[in-house]
Design a protein around this ligand. Structure first.
Ligand code: NAI
Length: 417
């Protein structure tokens, strides 16, 4: 495909922190030949030096892209966070510079759902305490407290990506699925909604949280809520640590009102591998504790590599910002025999009129225009038929419009017959 702007082999891609090879493979498949891989995270000085001629950067959680670092990245078009979180990037600074940031929020959905299903089976069979006992020489073969999950009620709190995925696989195992969400959600399969959290707590044999961290979900499970659960029911949290009052859960487990638990996320988690993990739940034999690994699988890493790289390529190739975390989202049709002008500007009155005037003055017919603004930034993509010559000075005129943050343009030739 012919491109009027930077040819793909001139676009420099830098992938840090040992990003999964699926990312580099996707870039190469899409014609990006200049991909550099670095195993480690880089510090601020090294980043400033290396980013001077980089167009696309991929990072994970350890690389800090501060305002200061971003200011020196003159050619940077876009940033990919090959992880879920994006707070390692100054998103506001990036937005002001016209740099969309992408991540992969749902690549590990299946991994979390699978772990939770496995934990449900383990808890219903009393495996944590039996495994613990066997390690210590016990031989507890009693059937007491060992049950199948078939026919039991699973109460899913938060029926989003993970909640619905879990709904499908739990139902396939013969469970009865009930869910509670603050938003009205389409029930999948034979699942049925509950009108309130209390209703769900009262009927579920196992309760599992899949809500985001918000002021409303902070400590949503308190001592009073645990009391509302069925006696002996199990509790699982692989969502966010702040959603559960952990001392209250410990009390509910000690009193045997809650029959067992599996907890993957904690209000305070160690920041490094050296830091010791401490929790009031340690030492309880009917509790599975895992170090926030619900979404950590090889498959999820591979998915993240492909998913983020694809978003970066789509932005670089055709300007689509769908899925950007700090930027207005514009979904664009693929171009063919059009010149596409991308214009990022401060959201001020008059900019659009000046853009249109730049085209009409040259008697250029606009075939399509896609605009989104958010009060701070405006992003408009304009397609005009055929190939427009750079020599016409359009690029400079667009760049000179007051309020302009950056402009780019692409030409996509019609497919070869
Ligand atoms: P999602 O955004 O797709 O779904 C969340 C659902 O919770 C939405 O349907 C929303 O309407 C609902 N919700 C929000 N507030 C609620 C409330 N107060 N009561 C009931 N429902 C409420 O999110 P997704 O991808 O399903 O993730 C769920 C949680 O899992 C998030 O907290 C995420 O951080 C966590 N997570 C944990 C991982 C791990 O390694 N343990 C890995 C991936 C995600």
């Amino acid at each position: 495909m012919e491109k009027l702007s930077l040819p793909k082999n001139k676009i420099k891609v830098l992938l840090l922190e040992n990003i999964h090879k699926s990312a580099a493979e996707l870039f190469k498949r899409q014609g990006y030949g200049n991909v550099e891989l670095v195993k480690e995270a880089l510090d601020a000085d090294e980043l400033k030096r290396r980013l001077k001629d980089v167009h696309i950067i991929g990072i994970r959680s350890r690389t800090k892209l501060t305002k200061d670092v971003l200011a020196s990245a003159e050619r940077l078009l876009t940033i990919g966070c090959f992880c879920i979180g994006t707070n390692q990037v100054d998103l506001t600074a990036a937005k002001k510079l016209g740099i969309p940031v992408f991540n992969a929020p749902y690549s590990n959905t299946r991994s979390v759902a699978e772990l939770v299903l496995a934990e449900i089976i383990m808890l219903f069979r009393g495996i944590p305490q039996r495994s613990w006992g066997a390690h210590e020489g016990e031989w507890d073969k009693t059937v007491k407290g060992a049950r199948e999950i078939r026919g039991k009620v699973i109460g899913i709190v938060g029926y989003g990506h993970i909640g619905t995925q879990l709904s499908v696989i739990a139902e396939a195992m013969g469970m009865q699925v009930r869910f509670y969400d603050v938003v009205e959600k389409l029930a999948i399969g034979n699942a049925a909604p509950c009108r309130s959290l209390d209703e769900l707590l009262a009927i579920s044999d196992v309760v599992t949280l899949h809500v985001p961290e918000t002021p409303e979900t902070k400590n949503m499970m308190t001592a009073a809520k645990f009391k509302k659960m069925k006696k002996g029911a199990f509790f699982i949290n692989a969502a966010r640590g702040t959603t559960v009052d952990i001392p209250a859960l410990a009390e509910a487990l000690k009193s045997q009102h809650v029959g067992g638990a599996a907890i993957d996320v904690f209000p305070k988690e160690p920041a490094t591998v050296e830091e010791k993990f401490k929790s009031p739940l340690q030492g309880m034999r009917n509790v599975i504790l895992t170090p926030h690994i619900g979404g950590s699988t090889e498959e999820a890493q591979a998915n993240i590599g492909g998913e983020v790289a694809e978003k970066l390529v789509k932005y670089s190739d055709n300007g689509s910002t769908l899925g950007a975390v700090n930027f207005v989202e514009v979904a664009l049709p693929p171009q063919s025999n059009t010149t596409r002008f991308m214009h990022i500007h401060r959201d001020e009155p008059g900019v659009m009129a000046r853009i249109s005037e730049t085209f009409s003055r040259r008697e250029i017919n606009i075939a399509g225009q896609y605009l989104r603004t958010d009060g701070e930034i405006g992003y408009v993509v304009t397609d005009v038929i055929g190939r427009v010559k750079v020599g016409m000075g359009i690029r400079k005129d667009l760049a000179d419009i007051p309020g302009t943050v950056r402009t780019r343009f692409l030409y996509e030739a019609p497919p070869q017959k």
